[in-house]
Design a protein around this ligand. Sequence first.
Ligand code: SF4
Length: 351
Amino acid sequence: MEEKKKLIGMNLQELQDVAYKGKMPRFVGKQLAEWIYSKGAVSFDEMVNISKKNKAWLEEHYTIGRKAPVAQAKSNDGTVKYLFDVGSGRQVESVYIPDRDRATLCVSSQVGCKMNCYFCATGKLGFKANLDASDILNQILSIPPKPEKGFEPMTPLTNIVFMGMGEPLDNLEAVIKVIDILTSDWGFAWSPKRITVSTVGKLPQLKELLDRTQVHLAISVHTADVAQREALMPAQKAFPISAVMRTLAGYDFSHQRRLSLEYIMWRGINDDIAHADMLIKLIGNLDCRVNLIRFHAIPGVDLKTASEERMLMFRNYLNQHGITATIRTSRGEDIAAACGMLANRTTQQGN
Ligand code: SF4
């Protein structure tokens, strides 16, 4: 039997096409969008303003496509890591990070990743598959679980970061479609300021993302030393950080849109003044902030996080040079929140 198509992940035009195919008035497409995205419906039964006959037709040909996580691990600090089944025996992770009245979800965009960064557990999986818009949106729609027996009420999501498994710009069309659904009036109606895409700086897709969306951007720099970056991040060869910075220089990050540079600090690798100077030079006049990040140990990777003292020294040095730099709070260390760790541990991925 042919597999039913999922409605999650469809944009308004596609939902209107579904209505047209079912010989329903066009406005049913908008009603479907409202039920699925803003009301979070999990079944056609809930859609009280759609006729019984039309619901029966929808039920016969489509599925909403909501899938609950298959596993979860909760940290002492409230961070929750979820594992989602995306078919063919493959799984991806999402991390829910509550912070006072905010809650951020870190979503995955691919199963595995082609970028093969030395320090990353997902990179060690290799690339398995791109997620489609429905698999990405399902992570957002199915977290946090609705308060019900057995679940504590959770702060509703206020922010999304594309910082989970995968390189979002290597799956650009699906990521842009998700952003469109999140920010359109007929979708989630979120401000793009609630969304951040994190990337190694894949070109020319970086430019496309900047031109076609208004979301915030986080660039994984990690070191401004070219030879060192090439060793840690093979993507440096194809997309040199200097070319990434030249592209960024063509955009305005001083108002609505924010640019962050991510910098994981490793002991004895990139945590000295010489590296801070290289970073300052790389940044030049670019309007951005630097996030200094502690390293979560990964099995089989001989890197250690920089000391607290070094991180403070590095941050203060950047601040003294007019660069806003902050040390990011570590979250979920007890549940291996670094991306790719849970999937690595619980599943043999794909092929
Ligand atoms: S750090 Fe990001 S880009 Fe690098 S291998 Fe991991 S998921 Fe891919």
